[in-house]
Write a protein of this length. Sequence first.
Length: 280
Amino acid sequence: MIELKNIHWFGMITGAVIVISSFLLRETNFFFFILWFGILVAMLPFAVTTIQKTKIAGNKEEMFLEFTRNLYESVKTGTPISKSIINMKKKEFGVLSKHVQKLANQIAIGIPLKNALQTFATDVNNFTVSRTITLIGQAERAGGNIGEVLEAVARAVRMVDKLKKERKATISTLVVQGYIIFFVFIVIILVMQFYIIPMLSGITSVGGLGIGGIGTPATGGVAPEDISNSFIYLVLIQGFFSGLTIGKLSEGDIKTGLKHSFALMSLSFLVSAVANIIFG
């Protein structure tokens, strides 16, 4: 679940106001653009938050790999794990620095290592970190060779990080293909909107087939403008769900697809606006 913050509420309220205001211009050519602009404004904070969270999560895992490597090197020299963590208090671990300092402070004042590690995992709020911290805590409590355990943990974390990068590199081609396919879809829709639909409208008008088909509302047919708008709605909806799919395929989390949805819908909105200005 995405935690709603002030920026999210501001975006949703602003977007809702713009969407509601668009209905005041329903009979004008600006209705469609204002409506979808409001929807994009409402989505923007969620897209930005998703990008930030993805970046922070990657940094946490990268710095945690460095933390476990340093901890292993220290324990290997014969220093107890608690003392090793306290000694690393002043080292720089990027986004994890404040959490490592808190962990060292808790151990220094006598809080049991298991409890301190659990607090550390909760504060970091990352699946890979939480799973690894649990293993370290259980190994320390069992009284085994903590050095060997830390070595195995560091190796496992390094392998997970390597696999994620390889997976991302492999999937990146699919992401590019997804964007290309969507762009081709937009081109097809624009050709239908500005060439095929007007042509069919002219044929039905000449042939007297307006009733029940493409024509004018006065003859019982569907106005070409309504069909064109329906196509654009289709493109925007397609962009939203295509983005979610790309996010799921590329990063394994459908929530990360919000940034792709926002990008595809923005692209659709921009291309549609430019096309309507040029050909409309």
